[in-house]
Design a protein around this ligand. Structure first.
Ligand SMILES: Cc1cc2nc3c(=O)[nH]c(=O)nc-3n(C[C@H](O)[C@H](O)[C@H](O)COP(=O)(O)OP(=O)(O)OC[C@H]3O[C@@H](n4cnc5c(N)ncnc54)[C@H](O)[C@@H]3O)c2cc1C
Length: 400
């Protein structure tokens, strides 16, 4: 062994840098094999969210890895959040999306931007899974162009009155008839001014709209419309200060994009496992298909892309600041790159498997459908192109 090899920093495992991350990785591996994998195909087929599995994830502490221990969380960091979403997505990206919407879009957002009363009242129930949360930004007429939102909140005595419709809300419902428990809702409080509100099940005028059925993928998560018909929300449910909504959104989007990118690396990893296994077993023209150059190209290119995307995701996780913005370039770029890697990986796996790849039994068909969402949700590829070009052209130091 040379002196260089003995330097301790070389022992750093980028994907599990501390004993806590290593423990988390182990419990995730076991949870995925024992609990997630056996139900994944059925819930996709039935377009059903697995509430019981969600509660088990809560019991294991997977719904609050970034939340401090005093509120019931594990007190870990963005690397842990990436580990959770990546591992779940090797098996069931749809269920992973429900976990992401709850633990990152709602719970993490509520922790960073909420006050002490809100944290104490809400976070323990969210971290355990007793309450299921989500985040409402998108509307029927507005997605990427968030500043154009039509939902309004108007002050009225001790309350705000929220009026509007949100759509494509993950965890909007738990089943056909049951609304999710609590949501962060972005609403306009003035011209080009957005504020964030906590809207809870049971508030008058707050209702479950249509459930989107026949989604291409991510079918194990519920996607619904939510209707706000003059919902009276007490002022104590304002998150942060009036007009801070855009700041909250931008802070949360970084970890959202990073964890969505982790979903893509999970999909790529599983796709590689499936295609290499199959290339070993399947024979054509008297030899294993792994011997054919074109099959080798699918496997080797996918491996190189997966390793690159994964390293990028974990490196960004190491540097991202959960309390503030600052890594928008990397958060956008990880998702821009990883989302496409995930989709290409599932596609390559399907090609390697031939007709079998097209069949549900071999898993990659489901991953292929799930992967597409990552090029749309949490910011489209085009939104990432726009943000990245704007930031990079404005600040040359980002390239030094
Ligand atoms: C399964 C699923 C789950 C979701 N979960 C949630 C959730 O929990 N909460 C939530 O708030 N939202 C959620 N969304 C919504 C998602 O974030 C939006 O669909 C996404 O932001 C895009 O918005 P849009 O669909 O309105 O498309 P649009 O913004 O209308 O875009 C249409 C097309 O125009 C392009 N475009 C728009 N503006 C520009 C521009 N300036 N330059 C170049 N191209 C542009 C887009 O890239 C896209 O190709 C979910 C969506 C899906 C499908």
């Amino acid at each position: 062994m040379t002196d260089i090899e003995r330097e301790p920093w070389r022992d750093l495992d980028l994907f599990a840098p501390t004993p806590e991350h290593q423990l988390l990785a182990e419990s995730l591996r076991e949870f995925v094999v024992r609990e997630v994998e056996p139900q994944a195909a059925d819930h996709d087929r039935a377009e059903r969210f697995n509430h019981a599995l969600f509660l088990k994830a809560g019991d294991l502490g997977l719904l609050g890895v970034t939340i401090p221990e005093e509120y019931g969380g594990a007190g870990l960091d963005p690397i842990a959040a990436v580990q959770v979403l990546e591992a779940l997505s090797t098996s069931d990206p749809g269920f992973g999306l429900a976990v992401l919407a709850h633990s990152i879009l709602f719970t993490q957002n509520c922790y960073v931007n909420g006050n002490e009363e809100q944290r104490k009242r809400i976070l323990p129930k969210a971290v355990s899974g007793e309450w299921i949360g989500g985040m409402c930004m998108t509307e029927p007429g507005v997605g990427t162009d968030v500043m154009g939102m039509a939902t309004t909140a108007t002050a009225d005595g001790d309350d705000y009155i929220i009026t509007g419709v949100k759509t494509f809300i993950t965890n909007g419902g738990i089943d056909e008839n049951t609304l999710g428990d609590i949501f962060i809702v972005y609403a306009a409080t003035g011209p080009r001014e957005i504020s964030s509100f906590l809207v809870e099940k049971g508030m008058d005028g707050f209702a479950l709209g249509q459930k989107w059925v026949d989604k291409l993928g991510m079918r194990a998560s519920y996607t619904t419309e939510l209707v706000f018909n003059d919902v009276r929300v007490p002022k104590v449910n304002l998150l942060g200060e009036i007009g801070e909504g855009t700041k909250h959104m931008m802070r949360n989007l970084e970890i959202e994009r990073l964890t969505l990118a982790a979903q893509a690396t999970g999909i790529a990893q599983r796709s590689l496992q499936v295609m290499t296994g199959y290339a070993n077993e399947r024979k054509a023209f008297g030899k294993p298909i792994r011997d054919f150059g074109q099959i080798q190209r699918y496997i080797a290119e996918t491996f190189a892309e997966w390793r690159s995307a994964r390293s990028f995701v974990y490196d960004t996780a190491r540097r991202i600041n959960l309390a503030n913005t600052g890594q928008r370039v990397d958060a956008d770029a990880t998702k821009l790159f990883a989302a496409q890697v995930g989709k290409r990986a599932a596609d390559a796996a399907m090609q390697v498997l031939g007709g079998n790849g097209y069949m549900g039994e071999y898993v990659v068909e489901r991953l292929w459908r799930d992967a597409k969402l990552l090029e749309i949700g949490g910011g489209t590829l085009e939104a990432h192109h726009k943000n990245l070009t704007k930031d990079l052209c404005r600040d040359p130091s980002l390239l030094s």
